[in-house]
Each structure stands twice: as C-alpha cells, then as structure tokens.
Design a protein around this ligand. Structure first.
Ligand code: PMP
Length: 305
C-alpha cells in the first residue's frame, strides 16, 4: 500500500495515521478495537471468503457484482453470510463514508467465525464480517507506462476439483507460493499454470494476450477467479468491436503473443512486456492494452484521464 488521497493511514504501513474506522460484524469501531478471536477459523484454517473492491471518485466500483460473488463463494463453501445483501451493501458504503475514502480500496471479509481447534466448520458460531476501507496502489506508475515483467511459476495452480477457482477464499497460500517465486526472480508477478500445463491466472490477476488482433483469455474452469475486472474488460473490448475469445493458453502462446496484459481490482489493466526473459511484442504495452486501459479508466472514473 502507498500513500493515496485518504487521511486515515498508519505508521506501520509507512505513513501518518489518524486511525481507520473498521466495520466489525454490526458496527463501525476504531481500528484499535477491530479485533478477531484467535479461535476464528478464518485465522486457524483460512476458512472464509473475501472481496477486494475499488472506490473511484467516492463511488464504489461494481459493488453489486462483488457482493454477488462473495455470496456465491460463501455458498460454495457452505458458509452462511450473517447479513443480508442489502445490509452488506449499506455497511460497505458506510465504511467508505466514515473513512472519507474518495479513491481507494475496500477489503470485505467473512470468516467462518469462532470455533474449536478441530476443523469442523459447523461447530463455529456466526461468521465474522469485517470491512476495511483504505488506500491502495499495487504497482508503481512506471509499470503502467512501460509494462512489467513476469515469470512462469513452477507452483501449479490449485486443481479446480480441489478448490473451485471461482471461490475467492481466504486460502491464498497457493498464490503466495507463486508470488514468492516472482519476488525471488525480482519481478512483480508470476503466471500460474494448471495441472495440465495451461495458463490459469497470475497470483492476483487474470491473464489476457493479444495475437493477430484477437484477444484471448483462459476460461475460468482452467483455474482462474471469475474476475470482475476481467468481465468489465471483455465488455469494453466488445464495445470497441474487438474480438475476445476464451481459450486454453500455453506457455508458448505467452512467449509469442503480440500483447500481454493482466486485469484485477487493484492492478486494473496492466501490460506485461517480458515473460521468462522473452520480450513481448516490441517491449512496450501494445496498442490494444493501452486502449483498454484508457477505456477502463473512463468507465471507472466516469471521465477521460
Ligand atoms: N485472480 C486472483 C487470484 C485474484 O485474487 C484476483 C483479485 N485480486 C483476480 C484474479 C482478479 O479479480 P478481480 O478483477 O475481481 O479483482
């Protein structure tokens, strides 16, 4: 996280603080009072679901889509969200307002709740809900201008039959292991492949390539999160009369494509200009990547950059 436009920030993240207001279960509390039990299965087992949501110009971006995805994730793991969708929506809005977030990021988390030391999720009390509204800047501006480098992770993406990739769960170790590989190689992102060797996604973003003017992205079933930014970008591309196809992609496809970009709530649309030491296109974010980034900005901010 970097300094942004909000006044509430913390020393532990490297900047001045007034303390955030955090939504915890049914009300806003001071950051110092926002505490979760050590017996919460979200912490003990990564048993829970979450969403990352952007705020642009004080407006919460694609909020309903995020809430719907959260409920779908929860249903898939038989977690009862202890709040109605309407209440959750109003709680997110209240948290954003209370922290004067104009441009920022919301983290909405539902854990399984307090239980025993055993795995049994049904021994847990009500799930805990917490909402943080703060600043975020995932990558430096320079990456957006010039593109970023990535590597192929050796860590295989979770098998879709082990954990459906559509579930945005608190269990991110698979992605974290791949992220460590990226950082060890001095690049910011790693591309993860599924058990069959097809591209699944990046550690926190969806993957797109452009070859001969056609945009390709792997189907979600390959092992990717059904990204909300991905869906927006597919829509924007279609409006621009660009052809988008869901297709299995191999490492070779990434090596020889004309353009390569990632999409995600935090990253937005960002070009990849090198993968495993192979330069993508002419080594700069390509024209379709730049166009979609521009269209995404206008759509998100309601104005041109
Ligand atoms: N894949 C993973 C693993 C993610 O964590 C995310 C969200 N950061 C994405 C893809 C992108 O999804 P969205 O556009 O909904 O943020």
């Amino acid at each position: 996280m970097c300094v942004g436009q909000n006044k509430h920030t913390r020393h532990s993240r490297g900047y001045e603080t007034m303390g955030l207001k955090i939504w915890l279960d049914d009300k806003l509390v001071d950051e110092a009072d926002a505490k979760i039990s050590v017996f919460d299965h979200g912490l003990l087992y990564g048993d829970g679901v979450f969403e990352g949501i952007r705020v642009y110009n004080g407006k919460i971006f694609e909020l309903e889509a995020h809430i719907d995805r959260l409920y779908r994730s929860a249903k898939a793991i038989r977690l009862a969200v202890p709040m109605s969708k309407d209440k959750l929506i109003s709680s997110v809005k209240e948290t954003v307002r209370a922290n004067d977030v104009i441009g920022g990021y919301v983290r909405l988390v539902v854990t399984r709740g307090v239980g025993t030391l055993g795995l049994n999720p049904f021994a847990c009390e009500n799930g805990a809900v917490f909402i943080i509204a703060d600043n975020i800047q995932l990558y430096p501006e320079e990456f957006y201008e010039n593109g970023m480098k990535a590597i192929s992770a050796t860590t295989v993406r979770n098998h879709p039959l082990a954990l459906p990739p559509q579930v945005k769960s608190l269990n991110y170790l698979n992605n974290i292991l791949a992220k460590i590989e990226a950082l060890d190689s001095n690049v910011a992102e790693a591309i993860m492949y599924n058990h069959e060797g097809y591209v699944a996604e990046a550690t926190g973003d969806n993957v797109f390539i452009v070859t001969d003017g056609v945009i390709y992205t792997p189907p979600v079933e390959t092992g990717a999160l059904d990204g909300i930014t991905r869906a927006v970008v597919i829509r924007l591309a279609s409006q621009e009369k660009l052809q988008v196809m869901e297709r299995n992609l191999t490492r070779f496809d990434l090596y020889v494509c004309d353009e390569f970009f990632l999409t995600g709530t935090a990253a937005e649309v960002i070009g990849v200009v090198e993968i495993d030491g192979r330069v993508v296109g002419d080594g700069k974010p390509g024209p379709i990547t730049r166009l979609l980034r521009k269209k995404f900005y206008s759509y998100a901010h309601g104005k041109e950059k």
